[in-house]
Design a protein around this ligand. Structure first.
Ligand code: UT7
Length: 331
């Protein structure tokens, strides 16, 4: 079967209304706006309502992406959700989203759990399935309610994360050499301890002790993650660019995972890209895990920062450890 191009035909995003500023956080943990901003670049983050689940945020961003693509839920042949905050352990948030979108044809719907690299993993899985010729349109929706898993007593982590969702509609297209050009994915499972939520799974099901031990919250060795992120995001950016056969200087816009401004700046520096060619919105939303790239992509498009023919590079790094870089040529 002739290989098709796969383009991002629509994007959408959603962040909850409630804003939690650094000053707000400094009222309940020992921190300051100055510390948070200089160490991470974050000023504020969004917090979902108590009864607002990952699938509710996904529904809004997905509807916006479908509208932007001028397609209907029923046109989708595949739904992939990426999240570390599923509504529940099972069924998948993708199936819940399918029902909420009213998609009644029996298409495959499943979640990908690759932490902050989820969107890049989702793009690769969806686009490779689509290149088979069996799927014409797919939804890749990244949705994260990080506020439900951060330990609001731990200043080392609670200042960093936020809630939100970003979605992309992917469509096959006959034009050659456009859309998703190439992706590099990877993982190193020997380093699971640096970023994890220990309890709640089959290894440590919930008990009074796990709750009292605060083991149902995210735990992170920030310094370790930082070190790996800087190295790997730089390396993988180069790898995907070189493999496709262009120069780093040809990248028109780098859209990196938004975990820390210092990480982003170091990746840009390695690629010798000026910061005008890097999209950064971490100041407003903090780290929204896998949702950060699709939210940023949607904002970059709406801000007119992407035009036809541009080379866009997504690069992500997260728990697992996982990573991924995707090179896109805008259509
Ligand atoms: O999405 C992928 C996953 N996440 C990431 O990529 C995050 C990667 N890591 C980071 O972004 C950074 O490591 C952090 C922003 C988390 C921390 O920055 P850092 O420069 O690595 O700080 P640190 O962890 O080395 O801590 C420096 C000091 C410590 O005090 P001592 O031991 O030097 O006395 C911390 O206790 O800052 C202290 N500290 C804080 N102080 C005020 C840690 N958190 C806070 C805080 N407010 N919120």
């Amino acid at each position: 079967m002739k290989e098709k191009s796969v383009i991002i035909s629509g994007t959408g995003s959603y962040v909850p209304e409630k804003i939690l500023t650094n000053d707000d956080i400094s009222k309940f943990v020992d921190t300051s706006d100055e510390w948070i901003y200089t160490r991470s670049g974050i000023k504020e983050r969004r917090i979902a309502a108590k009864d607002e689940a990952a699938s509710d945020m996904a529904l809004i961003s997905a509807r916006r992406a479908l509208e932007n693509a001028n397609l209907k839920p029923q046109d989708m042949d595949l739904v992939i959700v990426t999240t570390v905050n599923p509504d529940m352990l099972f069924p998948s948030t993708a199936c819940i989203l399918q029902a909420k979108l009213g998609i009644r044809n029996n298409i495959p719907c499943f979640d990908i759990e690759a932490a902050c690299s989820g969107f890049v993993y989702g793009l690769e899985v969806a686009s490779k399935m689509m290149k088979s010729g069996y799927y014409k349109n797919a939804l890749v929706v990244s949705t994260e309610k990080m506020s439900s898993m951060v330990d609001w007593q731990d200043r080392g982590t609670c200042v960093l994360f936020g809630d939100g969702s970003g979605a992309a509609v992917l469509s096959v297209c006959d034009e050659k050499d456009v859309g998703i050009l190439d992706t590099v994915l990877g993982a190193d499972g020997s380093d699971t301890a640096t970023l994890k939520m220990p309890a709640g799974g089959s290894l440590m099901p919930p008990t009074k002790e796990t709750v009292e031990g605060r083991l149902h919250f995210l735990q992170m060795n920030g310094r370790e993650v930082f070190k790996h992120a800087v190295k790997i995001m730089g390396e993988k950016s180069f790898e995907v660019i070189e493999r496709y056969g262009i120069e780093p200087g040809q990248i028109n816009l780098l859209i990196p995972h938004q975990a820390n401004t210092r990480i982003i700046e170091s990746v840009a520096k390695r690629l010798k890209l000026p910061m005008e060619k890097v999209f950064v919105n971490i100041e407003k939303y903090g780290n929204t895990s896998s949702a950060s790239i699709p939210i940023a992509l949607d904002e970059a498009l709406k801000a007119g920062k992407i035009k036809k023919g541009d080379y866009i590079l997504f690069v992500a790094f997260g728990a697992g450890l996982t990573w991924g870089a995707t090179l896109v040529k805008w259509h």
